[in-house]
Ligand binder design. Structure first.
Ligand code: PLP
Length: 370
């Protein structure tokens, strides 16, 4: 019996998802996005599984995440796209990391550091990182001047997913930018702006590479389609053992502030997981956990390291208070095909998106790869 919460990651599911997505995107190269501790899946284990699955690239936010992957022995090409002010890019050279550069200063710094290849990151309307359209001319001119020392291997942008029309405008802007680069004698082999949603929605968004995060982990980026609808398998399961059972009488409360009181005699299970582990406090009195084949409501406030769920009393038709034992495993979320509650249900109950539910799982939680 383990006394700890555990994140189990099914590496066969990760490989399956890459296979399904590769067939869906045709000839485009596939980048698996492993930023944010691989969306909570644990970056080293997930990166290794994606490498085994034959992805062409891994994508992370910054050079620190990329360097950690190299230290773990990952050898597939890695792209990093957000950089601190004044970044010198020496780490990129040292660890063989490809930076995506958003402005002239970053491009110049790459040239000085001796970075052999970059991707140019352009803003086609998202208004986050990337050079805006009025800056493209100067950035591309300088990239052409530096071509002998810094190769432009890629052109990158990111979509808003606001609507097909707005994504269409961004894609048209990307085509304009590509044309401007070609006029300057640069045809970047890797042209990419699609993440999971666009890659699965618009053929024209795939160009020569797609950057897949959520879908690679088997989760759906769409409100109206499940993982199963997309042929994907959620790879992460969060389990936690029941470490305490307590009978409470009608009127008794649980946890800070007694935000929940029993309406009738019932049994509560204590689970050793809380907001310090990345479980949002807003799940208090909102979310459900699978214990002994019953979806049991989380009752009372989620604490830093603990939460309680109501197993039901003798009078509850589906109560499991009498059959659950200390050491039984509760499942917060996992693969619905395995009978587990979906991450999407937890997201709905807590007013957020599946991305946030998995990405916020603390890196302190142990991960097991099966
Ligand atoms: C630049 C960039 N590309 C790709 C992705 C992957 O997105 P998704 O998880 O929707 O596939 C992200 C994630 O937010 C991103 O920031």
């Amino acid at each position: 019996m383990t006394s700890e919460a555990l994140v189990t990651v099914d590496t066969a599911a990760l490989r399956h998802n890459i296979g399904v997505l590769r067939s869906a995107v045709g000839s485009a190269a596939v980048m698996a996005v492993v930023k944010a501790n691989a969306y909570g899946h644990g970056v080293e284990g997930a990166a290794r599984a994606f490498e085994d699955a034959g992805v062409d690239w891994l994508g992370v936010v910054d050079l620190t995440e990329a360097a950690a992957l190299r230290a773990a022995g990952v050898s597939v090409p890695i792209l990093a796209w957000l950089h601190a002010p004044g970044e010198t890019f020496e780490r990129a050279v040292q660890h063989d990391i490809t930076p995506a550069v958003s402005d002239l200063a970053q491009l110049e710094a790459c040239a000085v550091a001796g970075v052999p290849a970059v991707h140019l990151c352009i803003d086609t309307g998202l208004s986050r990182n990337g050079a805006i359209e009025s800056e493209w001319g100067a950035l591309f001119d300088r990239a052409a001047e530096l071509a002998d020392s810094v190769r432009v291997e890629g052109l990158m942008s990111h979509l808003s997913n606001a609507s097909p029309q707005e994504d269409g405008h961004q894609m048209a802007a990307f085509v304009r930018a590509t044309g401007m680069l070609i006029e300057r004698g640069i045809t970047p082999p890797l042209q990419h702006l699609a993440a999971s949603a666009a890659a699965l929605s618009y053929g024209s968004s795939r160009i020569t590479m797609v950057r897949l995060g959520l879908a690679a982990y088997g989760l759906s980026p769409f409100d109206d389609r499940t993982s199963k609808d997309l042929g994907l398998r959620p790879s992460l399961t969060l389990t936690v053992p029941v470490i305490g059972l307590k009978k409470v009488a009608a009127g008794e409360g649980t946890s800070y502030g007694f935000t929940w009181r029993a309406t009738h005699d019932t049994t509560l299970a204590l689970l050793p997981i809380g907001y310090a582990d990345g479980i949002q406090r807003v799940a208090s009195n909102n979310a459900h956990v699978l214990v002994g084949r019953r979806l049991c409501p989380v009752v009372g406030r989620i604490a830093m390291n603990a939460m309680t769920v109501d197993l039901g009393g003798a009078g509850d038709a589906d109560g499991v208070g009498d059959s659950v034992a200390i050491g039984d495993q509760a499942v917060l979320f996992g693969d619905p095909e395995a009978g587990h509650p979906p991450v999407d249900a937890w997201a709905r109950e807590t007013g957020t998106i599946n991305y946030e539910v998995v990405a916020r799982l603390s890196s302190r939680l142990p991960r097991r790869y099966v």
